[in-house]
Design a protein around this ligand. Sequence first.
Ligand SMILES: *Cc1c(COP(=O)(O)O)cnc(C)c1O
Length: 410
Amino acid sequence: MELVNNRYKIDKVDALSIVEKYGSPLYVYDTARMKNQYEKFFNAFKGVNLKINFACKALTNINILKFFMGLGAGIDAVSIQEVQLALRVGYKPENIIFTPNCVSMNEIKKAVDFGVRINIDNLSILEQFGHEYGNNIPVCVRINPHIMGGGHEKISTGHIDSKFGISIYQMPHLKRVIDANNMRVEGVHMHTGSDILDVDVFLKGTEILLDVAKNFPDLEYIDFGSGFKVPYKSDDIQTDINALGNKLVKRFQEFCKDYGKSLTLMFEPGKFLVSEAGYFFARVNVVKQTTATVFAGLDTGLNHLIRPMFYDTYHHIVNVSKPKANTRIYTVVGYICETDTFGWNRKISEISEGDVLAFFNAGAYCFAMASNYNSRYRPAEVLIHEGKDYLIRSRETIDDILRNQVEIEF
Ligand SMILES: *Cc1c(COP(=O)(O)O)cnc(C)c1O
């Protein structure tokens, strides 16, 4: 979103007009921005056979999935429902990798029936998988390299206490399970959590994973997961994707040479591809001066954007109605009967009741985590594509709130 002549524009479309047209609160996504991020990622890993699988749990609207399919992406799915969404959109099964955690063997069997790639992250299911399919169906194994990726503890997945992956210390047992069941390992995988800043920490994980990979002669790909940090503030540092690309490509080529086969290098970014492409708009219902601060109370709450309350994320907030007014200090809060603060002590252009505020970085894990708490409707979603706006999800109605509720007579 850019400020042009005192108006915020998303790919040339006027932000305030979109909110007038579709109502508030509203999620808006910009395909130009997604394409840009996809290409940035792709270009950083030139020289290897690269496959980028969009971790669709970040933003599961089918139009977003369709857009990434057009760019040549695959899908990383964490539930059978995400697998079904991707298939519905038209992804080929071989371009979908199912990377669940703690799901039942039944769900994994369903994924096998759909023909997608299976990534298994614990020895118990791996063993059951081996009994069931032997070497008929190849598998990918998710390794936990036990490195601290950085970021909030709630989004770290690679450390020793994490529930994710098969520990590298269990390699001997892992090998036994594979050999005893004559299983074909087509991929090895790691995903060490979100907000990885340090390229060297990532490369340390890489070495561990490559060391594991040597053990398996039938590999097709090595999947390095994701967790790349995106900037939330103007002075924020982000993962230096080009620096990582340079180093990793070299190392990967070297590995393939030793391995004797040109493997596919896979990644599964979510946030990197969509975080900055999304904006969340809400209207100010009340400006409330208390003895301690000035609250701006919005027509939304943690039901629509839970990240600040869930794991302390920062979302930059601007006043779209008055971009250039003098700034004042506000605490921006929601309408939920629960403490739902979006931002403390924010400098925002002077707010009047009725103004529209915009939250940045609202593409990843925002709508995807929205709920009907307080029996509120979930927001509509709009896509800006090539300078035009498209409604891609209608606002809910009372029928949506009542759907699946079963009224009994008593
Ligand atoms: C959530 C998730 C991702 C995406 O993480 P980002 O930080 O959004 O890039 C990738 N892989 C797996 C297995 C995940 O669960």
